[in-house]
Ligand binder design. Structure first.
Ligand code: BEZ
Ligand code: FE
Length: 298
């Protein structure tokens, strides 16, 4: 007769055994492992019924908090380091077997504030006209891993304003401080925006409650987001972090990579590198992006 009842160990094998007829081998592998780890976790902490119910109420609250502009589950994944864990695994997979000397640009979390359809603007544009914050000129090149320039590469750019607020968080939420810019013949890009400042991830929901209960702050160091892509190359979703920003060493979502920390050189009013007349102090940030070729065996 089949086994009817289980103890705290054999129930794990029993659940996994029910996947015998699962037709999708990857789904089977992932679900079996999830069940194994979840049961082991419950045994390890000797989970109480009321604690598990609190967890279910928490997940329910996360679901209720979500709408077309707020994604509490991504925030949960981000703040528990799971988004960066997956980014790091993807990155390691892309680098596997690679022997070349120049590493590609590191990836980091996308976060919840990407907005598809930012305006296409010409090189040299100010993408944050009228947005509060100290002006900054961003420039550099997009190349492949051999340093060959990628012309027509696309930079899809977004950031908060100088007060750390994203357009999507405002009532009058038209797009601000966002643009799509393409590199020139030599793979060069340059544009104006503001120097981003640190800001808190949304903390008025269940994830904020969780952070407070954990004794954690919700802040991210100053950064600007970019998705960089070029035909025949893998897209990289990344940030440039402001050197010396507070919270570089304790980013609430664990997204900092040393290779992405950039100096924002301060300049006095005058003629900027691109010829723009600046009536107030401004910053200059330089970064070269390196993309992995598509279909690269590595
Ligand atoms: C962001 O950088 O925009 C972000 C990333 C993760 C969670 C919240 C915000
Ligand atoms: Fe951000």
């Amino acid at each position: 007769m089949a086994q009817l009842e289980y103890d705290t160990e054999s129930i794990t094998d029993a659940v996994i055994a029910r996947l015998t007829d699962c037709q999708d081998p990857r789904f089977k592998e992932v679900m079996s492992s999830l069940v194994r780890h979840m049961h082991a976790f419950a045994r390890e902490v000797d989970l109480k019924g009321d604690e598990w119910f609190t967890a279910i109420q928490f997940l329910t609250a996360c679901g209720k908090k979500c709408d077309d502009k707020r994604q509490e589950f991504i925030l949960l994944s981000d703040t528990l380091g799971m988004s960066m864990q997956v980014v790091a695994l993807e990155h390691a997979r892309a680098l596997k077997g690679r022997t070349g000397a120049t590493p590609p640009t590191d990836a980091t979390v996308q976060g919840p504030f990407y907005w598809e359809g930012a305006p296409d603007l010409p090189l040299g544009s100010d993408i944050a006209e009228g947005v509060p914050g100290e002006p900054a000129l961003y420039s550099g090149r997009v190349t492949d891993l051999e340093g060959q320039p990628l012309k027509g590469a696309l930079l899809d750019i977004w950031s908060g304003d100088g007060d750390g607020v994203y357009d999507m968080q405002r009532e009058d939420s038209g797009m601000r401080a966002r643009a799509r810019i393409r590199t020139d013949e030599q793979g060069r890009y340059w544009f104006w925006s503001i120097r981003p400042t640190f800001y808190p991830v949304p903390s008025d929901g269940p994830v904020g409650d969780m952070l407070r209960k954990m004794g954690r702050h919700p802040n991210r160091p100053g950064h600007i987001h970019m998705k960089v892509s070029a035909p025949g190359h893998k897209e990289v979703v990344t940030h440039l972090f402001v050197k010396d920003s507070p919270y570089l060493d304790s980013d609430a979502v664990f997204g900092v990579r040393e290779s992405l920390i950039v100096e924002f050189e301060k300049h006095e009013p005058g003629t900027a590198m691109d010829g723009r007349q600046m009536g107030k102090p401004y910053h200059v940030a330089h970064y070269d992006f390196r993309l992995i070729p598509q279909g690269d065996a590595a």
